[in-house]
Design a protein around this ligand. Structure first.
Ligand SMILES: Nc1ncnc2c1ncn2[C@@H]1O[C@H](COP(=O)(O)OP(=O)(O)OP(=O)(O)O)[C@@H](O)[C@H]1O
Ligand SMILES: [Mg+2]
Length: 254
């Protein structure tokens, strides 16, 4: 549908795995289907244990890796039929390690300007100024290097950078795994503000159900390459016949 941000249909992804004398196929995504952002921006989390396929799913949606079967559409159009430039403005990824998007050798200003390709500098500065304001950052950060910030601040700056291309969807893959609880909450709240202030949808990947609950109502739970529940907390809690969900909910109820 042309007014639906994201449609994922029956996605299958295998990886080649080297065994002793042969290569075997490993099924990482086993028929993933869901939609997000119908008519309006939407934030949701994707929860699942290590190795269940979260990062694989994120990278496919962001167009970073290929898949075997299925379909991914933005606004009703297959991602494979987008021109690269046009697709780049659909989605941005925020990684666990902010250095994935902030070059340690560059001042923040240069890292930010890189996001604009050949755009006019005046216009770029205007967007940067506006983005800093809306993410609660001071213009003074622009003349500093990434190492001059704390881990939480650095991630906040990486998030601000991801906004510069005005994407429709930000995919944040465990963006606070190495941060303390205070910074985790700060980052979660920044994402909530981004949805309100910029109208951008956010897909937050985490294995922490309390973070997911604080972040957004909708949670998609993955297990072994499949979606095993999709809905609000009560819907998830109602799917306890799945062992992983049982463990998740039991941990919350302790
Ligand atoms: N490039 C690759 N080659 C082979 N196997 C891979 C590759 N990337 C991922 N895998 C395997 O695919 C499965 C899914 O990996 P993925 O990174 O998507 O999991 P994840 O849910 O993000 O895990 P985590 O919570 O640890 O980040 C894992 O078993 C992983 O070992
Ligand atoms: Mg991962």
């Amino acid at each position: 549908m042309a007014n639906t941000l994201l449609e994922v249909k029956n996605l299958i992804k295998t990886y080649d795995r080297e065994e002793f004398f042969s290569t075997k196929k490993f099924l990482a995504l086993d028929g993933i289907s869901f939609c997000a952002g119908e008519n309006t921006s939407e934030s949701f989390s994707v929860i699942g244990s290590s190795g269940c396929g979260k990062t694989t799913l994120a990278k496919i949606i962001a167009g970073l890796i290929e898949f075997d079967f299925g379909e991914v559409k933005f606004f009703g159009k297959n991602i494979k039929s987008y021109a690269p430039r046009e697709f780049a403005s659909m989605t941005q990824m925020v990684f666990q390690n902010p250095y994935a998007s902030l070059n340690p050798k560059l001042k923040i200003k240069s890292s930010f300007l890189e996001a604009f390709y050949g755009a006019q500098k005046d216009e770029a500065y205007k967007i940067i100024e506006d983005t800093l304001k809306k993410t609660g950052l001071d213009a003074g950060i622009l003349d500093k290097y990434p190492h001059q910030f704390s881990g939480g601040q650095r991630q906040r700056i990486a998030i601000a950078r991801s906004l510069l291309k005005k994407p429709k969807l930000i995919i944040a893959d465990e963006p606070f795994a190495s941060l303390d609880v205070y910074s985790q909450n700060m980052i979660t709240d920044i994402f909530s503000d981004i949805r309100k202030n910029f109208g951008i949808s956010i897909m937050l990947i985490t294995h922490d159900i309390s973070i997911a609950k604080r972040f957004a109502q909708r949670m998609i739970v993955m297990d072994g390459g499949k979606i095993v529940a999709d809905g609000n907390y009560d819907d998830i809690a109602g799917a306890k016949e799945n062992k992983y969900i049982y463990d998740l909910i039991s941990a919350m109820e302790l």
